[in-house]
Ligand binder design. Structure first.
Ligand SMILES: C[S@@+](CC[C@H](N)C(=O)[O-])C[C@H]1O[C@@H](n2cnc3c(N)ncnc32)[C@H](O)[C@@H]1O
Ligand SMILES: [Mg+2]
Length: 427
C-alpha cells in the first residue's frame, strides 16, 4: 500500500538513501542487519570501495532464497576488480553478539527494529552500539505520525510489527543511544507527500549515527561471551577475484599481453603479406626483411591506421619515449612494430603498452618486462624487449615442438590456461 503512493517506491528510496551514504562516505566494511533476501547487499556489491559486505537475518530460508545471486559472474573472473571483496551471509539474531560483526564502518538496519519485542530492542541497542560499535549506523523504522496520511490504514503497517514509533519516540531512543554509547545522530527520512505538514516528517524515519570520537573512547560494554563463541551460522561466503591477489594479477596481465600480442602479430602478418605480394615480382623475400617492408610509410593500411589511433587513445602508451628501453633504444614509432626473428614474430613491449589495459595493469614498460620475465607462459627475446610468438596464423595447430624454437611450448601452456578458465567459469 505504502509503495503505491511514492515514486520511486518507498523501499527503493530506503535503499537509495543507504547507497547515497555509501557513495559519500566510502565505508570499507558494511553489514546489513535484517538483510532478508539480500536486495540491498546486491546493490551495495557494485560499490568498489566496499571490501567486506556482510548480511544477517534470523530467517535462513529468506537469505537462501537468492543468496547465489551474490556470486561472482564470469566477467568478475575475466576482468577482476582492483579491490578485494568478500561477502558473508549469516543466520542469527541481532540480539546476540558475534565477534565477526565487530569493526565495521557501517551497520544498516532497515525496517528491522519494529519487528522486535521492546525488550529485544534494548538488546539490539547494546549489541549494535555497545558491542559491534561501528563507525556509522543507519537505522530506519516507520514513523507512526505519518500513518494517518496512508489511505485505508488501520492499526500497524505490517502484521508482524510489534510497535511503530512516533518521531518523538524514535528521537528519544536515538538520543539515549548517543548518550550511552558515544554517538551523534542526525534525523532524516524518506517518503514525503508534497504539501504535507512539515511536523509530520517522513514516512520512514531514519537516524544516521556517527561514532563521536571527540570525547576520547566511548564507554564500551564488556562482553561476557568469549570471542570463540560464534552464535551466528555462516550460510554463504564468497571471495571475489581481484587484482590484489598476485596470482590473479599475474594471470590477468599475461592473458591480456598474449591476447594483444597475438592481435598485433596477426595484423602485422596480414600487412606484410600484402607488402610481400607487391614486392614478390621484384625480390625474393628473405626472412627478417619484412620489418623493412613495414617501415614503408606508404604501406599504411586501414588497420595500421586504426592501430595508431588506438595507440594515441592509449594516452600514456608511448611515454616510453622517455624511458630507457634496453637493447636498441627504440623510440622510433616504426621500430615499435613487430618483426621477424627466425620462425618467430617478436612484438615489442613498447608496442604492447599501446593497449590501455596492458598499460593500466603494468604501469611502465620496465614493470611489464619485470612481470613477464617472472612468467613461464611468456617467452621474451634475449634482451627482454619483445614477446616472442610462433610465426603462424593458427598457433594451436602449428606451434608444436618442432617449431618451438624457444623450447618453452608457450602456446601449449597458454591453451591449458584457457581450459582452466573454462572450468573456472563453468562454461
Ligand atoms: C521488514 S524486513 C526488512 C528487510 C530489509 N532490511 C529491507 O529493508 O528490505 C525485516 C527483516 O528482519 C528480519 N529479522 C526479524 N527479527 C530479526 C532478528 N532478531 N535478527 C535478525 N533479523 C531479524 C526478518 O527476518 C526480515 O527479513
Ligand atoms: Mg517493517
Amino acid at each position: 500500500m505504502m509503495n503505491t503512493i511514492f515514486t520511486p517506491p518507498l523501499y527503493i528510496q530506503r535503499y537509495e538513501f543507504v547507497i547515497d551514504f555509501v557513495k559519500k562516505n566510502k565505508p570499507k566494511k558494511v553489514v546489513d542487519l535484517g538483510c532478508n533476501d539480500c536486495t540491498l547487499l546486491r546493490k551495495l556489491k557494485f560499490h568498489k570501495e566496499i571490501e567486506l559486505l556482510a548480511g544477517l537475518d534470523i530467517d535462513s530460508a529468506v537469505i537462501r532464497d537468492r543468496m547465489y545471486d551474490l556470486a561472482p559472474i564470469p566477467t568478475d573472473y575475466l576482468q577482476p576488480g582492483d579491490h578485494p571483496l568478500t561477502i558473508e551471509l549469516y543466520q542469527g539474531s541481532v540480539t546476540e553478539r558475534d565477534p565477526r560483526t565487530k569493526g565495521f564502518d557501517l551497520v544498516t538496519s532497515i525496517e528491522l527494529i519494529e519487528h522486535l519485542q521492546l525488550e529485544d530492542v534494548d538488546r539490539f541497542t547494546e549489541v549494535v552500539f555497545g558491542y559491534m560499535a561501528p563507525v556509522a549506523a543507519i537505522i530506519s523504522t516507520p514513523n507512526a505520525d505519518f500513518n494517518p496520511l496512508l489511505p485505508g490504514l488501520t492499526g500497524f503497517r505490517h502484521y508482524d510489527h510489534k510497535f511503530e514509533w512516533t518521531k518523538a519516540e524514535f528521537q528519544t531512543w536515538a538520543l539515549k543511544v548517543c548518550r550511552e554509547f558515544g554517538y551523534m545522530v542526525a534525523f532524516t527520512g524518506v517518503g514525503q507527500i508534497p504539501a504535507q505538514e512539515e511536523s509530520i516528517g517522513f514516512c520512514s524515519q531514519v537516524g544516521v549515527f556517527q561514532l563521536d570520537r571527540s570525547g576520547g573512547d566511548a564507554p564500551r560494554l564488556q562482553s561476557n561471551v568469549t570471542e570463540e563463541h560464534l552464535p551466528y551460522r555462516l550460510l554463504y561466503n564468497v571471495v571475489y577475484p581481484s587484482l590484489c591477489d598476485s596470482n590473479i594479477f599475474q594471470r590477468t596481465l599475461v592473458n591480456e599481453v598474449l591476447y594483444w600480442a597475438e592481435t598485433l602479430k596477426r595484423e602485422w602478418l596480414e600487412e606484410t603479406r600484402g607488402v610481400g605480394e607487391e614486392e614478390s615480382e621484384q625480390t625474393d623475400e628473405e626472412e627478417g626483411c619484412s620489418r623493412e617492408g613495414m617501415e614503408r610509410e606508404e604501406s599504411q593500411t586501414g588497420e595500421e591506421q586504426a592501430d595508431r589511433e588506438r595507440m594515441e587513445a592509449g594516452g600514456r602508451g608511448f611515454e616510453v619515449e622517455n624511458e630507457e628501453v634496453e637493447g636498441e633504444g627504440r623510440t622510433d614509432m616504426r621500430q615499435e612494430e613487430p618483426y621477424r626473428e627466425g620462425q618467430s614474430v617478436c612484438v615489442p613491449l613498447v608496442r604492447l603498452c599501446s593497449s590501455p589495459r596492458v598499460q593500466a595493469l603494468s604501469g611502465t614498460v620496465q614493470c611489464l618486462k619485470k612481470f613477464l620475465l617472472e612468467d613461464s607462459r611468456v617467452k621474451l627475446t634475449n634482451d627482454g624487449t619483445a614477446v616472442v610468438l610462433a610465426d603462424s596464423d593458427d598457433e594451436d595447430l602449428e606451434w608444436d615442438e618442432n617449431c618451438d624454437n624457444t623450447g618453452t611450448g608457450q602456446f601449449l601452456v597458454s591453451s591449458v590456461e584457457n581450459e582452466d578458465w573454462e572450468t573456472e567459469l563453468g562454461q
